[in-house]
Design a protein around this ligand. Structure first.
Ligand code: F6P
Length: 528
């Protein structure tokens, strides 16, 4: 499989040079308050409705000229051709020679859609496999849901095999099967699994061993510990096959482990893009097959938006261009995520992997060092908690941190009377960041204002809206990576630490420090 990358690196385009000049002339000194005064249509110009997500981008440090140049950059970089290559199933993950087709997991079955068969053969046959596996997974979810003996479902996985499903299950807790408690164990720290197992009984527990590779140290360590616990507490070998399910692309390793109930997926699904695959089984158990299909449908609607909308009104592209403007021209180093929704409390953690593992790269797709910054640091907490922790710094610290607010028009089922208070706080923070209180005499009480934010609004937190929101972020990451000319779908940066840990672990038993640097040796001696 070979792939001719259609992209031109952003810094090698004329739009990049023009943006640099525009930044010096108008971008650096841009004032949001003046921009709103001068342009009565600013809110309409910089807001839009995408599938399930309304976005107000008007409180960002851009004007029509800035966005025009950024769009020119996107075109010059070949973003559209690169996007089309992904949707054609081309092997755009060059370092691993893999296609990138998590979007296929959300595509309706051919029989249900009116589309003509224009897709490549691999995509068409892939879609058939996808739906066969999806149907099998939903049948299994239905079986676990119907089994009254099972009260606890434990997902053992890490990274993409944990963060996405855990985030979604928490977000959709209002829809959770009342008879099932869902638990997510990821850390190799025995405290996490150990403290959970103390509360469980083998006969009422369903384990899901979620690992694309089925080799990940943390997951395999916890999976073995869970299996030992199960057998030591009276579980039988036969029971093991009922109480353990593997979600993996490595069917052989799962069989070797002793699991016969396996749901597979494909190497063209990246770990951090895998919640739509068999890795989503805990979601389907929690919210049921229809809920899972609605999640897929919401994401598919966003896929179609990203695939077909002109760049000017393509929300993932507009957000990616803002990220580039802030990171590469303003020099802002981070973005804070502020979901004003308890349900979305794990969204920042999920996005940390999605954005930083995908785009935290220092070389382009050909392996050449890039002379510009890439992924910003993503951090955040749900509102209003963040207001009582780090918003001080965001309002008055010397660093500018663009904030992304997410709010819901409708609250959840609990204490709905509190919802207006929650969203009023989100609106207030965004307005305070922009307006500030710049004329206050006392420096301690002065707010410079002119601090940027975006505001995303969902009607409610339901499976379809959540699916669309997650796909929006996936495609934004894709678009950012496309502009930066990098491969967003590998993660070589996680390998070195793993290799060194394998070398160090036996040394903790022997105290052998030969060949180590003085710091590692000193610490190891204290730990051994
Ligand atoms: O952290 C590296 C990584 O490979 C992630 O990309 C992945 O989501 C995670 O580990 C878990 O991998 P697996 O699903 O293969 O256990």
């Amino acid at each position: 499989m070979s792939f001719a990358d259609p992209r031109t690196r952003c810094d090698r385009t004329t739009a990049w040079q023009r943006l640099r000049a525009h930044y010096e002339a108008a971008g650096r000194g841009f004032d949001l308050r003046a921009a709103f005064e001068q342009d009565a249509g600013r809110f309409e110009r910089f807001s839009q409705q995408a599938p399930h997500v309304f976005a107000d981008l008007s409180k960002n440090l851009i004007d029509a000229a800035t966005e025009g140049l950024l769009l020119e950059l996107a075109r010059d970089c070949g973003l559209e051709a690169y996007r089309d290559a992904m949707f054609a199933g081309a092997p755009i993950n060059g370092t691993e020679q893999r296609a990138v087709m998590h979007w296929l997991l959300r595509k309706p079955a051919l029989a249900q859609s009116n589309q003509r068969l224009t897709a490549t053969d691999s995509v068409v046959s892939g879609l058939r496999d996808v739906h066969a596996t999806l149907d099998a997974m939903l049948r299994l979810a239905e079986r676990v849901r119907a089994d009254e003996a099972i009260t606890d479902v434990v997902n053992i996985g890490i990274g993409g095999s944990d963060l996405g499903p855990a985030m979604v299950v928490k977000a959709l807790d209002d829809l959770r099967h009342p008879g099932k408690r869902l638990h997510f164990v990821s850390n190799v720290d025995g405290m996490e699994l150990g403290s959970l197992l103390r509360q469980l009984r083998p006969e009422s527990t369903q384990f899901l061993i979620a690992s694309k590779t089925f080799t990940t140290l943390e997951t395999m360590t916890n999976a073995h510990a869970a299996r030992d616990w199960f057998l030591e507490r009276g579980g039988s070998q036969e029971g093991l096959t009922r109480h353990f399910v593997a979600l993996t692309t490595n069917l052989e390793a799962a069989a070797e482990f002793g699991i016969t109930a396996t749901l597979g997926f494909w190497d063209w699904v990246g770990g951090r893009y895998s919640l739509w695959s068999a890795i989503g089984l805990p979601i389907a158990i929690a919210i049921g097959p229809q809920g899972f299909r609605d999640l897929l449908a919401g994401a598919h609607a966003m896929d179609e938006h990203f695939r077909t909308a002109p760049l000017e009104t393509n929300l993932p592209v507009r957000l990616a261009l803002l990220d580039l403007w802030y990171r590469n021209f303003h020099g802002f180093t981070s973005r804070s995520m502020a979901p004003y929704s308890h349900g979305l409390r794990r969204l920042p953690a999920y996005l940390q992997q999605l954005e930083m593992e995908s785009n935290g790269k220092g070389v382009d797709a050909r392996g050449e060092a890039v002379p510009y910054a890439t992924a910003p640091v993503i951090w955040g907490e749900p509102g209003t908690n963040g207001q009582h922790a780090f918003f001080q710094m965001i309002h008055q610290g010397p660093d500018i941190v663009p904030v992304e607010f997410i709010a819901l028009r409708g609250g959840g089922r609990d204490l709905p009377g509190q919802h207006p208070r929650l969203v009023a706080n989100a609106l207030a923070q965004a307005r305070a960041l922009m307006m500030g209180r710049p004329h206050e005499d006392c420096g301690h009480r002065r707010f410079s204002g002119n601090r940027p934010s975006s505001f995303l609004l969902l009607e409610r937190l339901d499976p379809a809206s959540l699916g669309a929101l997650i796909a929006l972020y996936e495609h934004r990451v894709f678009a950012s990576g496309a502009l930066w000319g990098i491969n967003s779908f590998d993660q070589w940066g996680v390998e070195l630490g793993k290799t060194i840990a394998r070398d160090l672990e036996p040394r903790l038993a022997t105290g052998d420090v030969a060949g180590l640097d003085a710091s590692t040796a000193g610490l190891l001696r204290r730990l051994a």
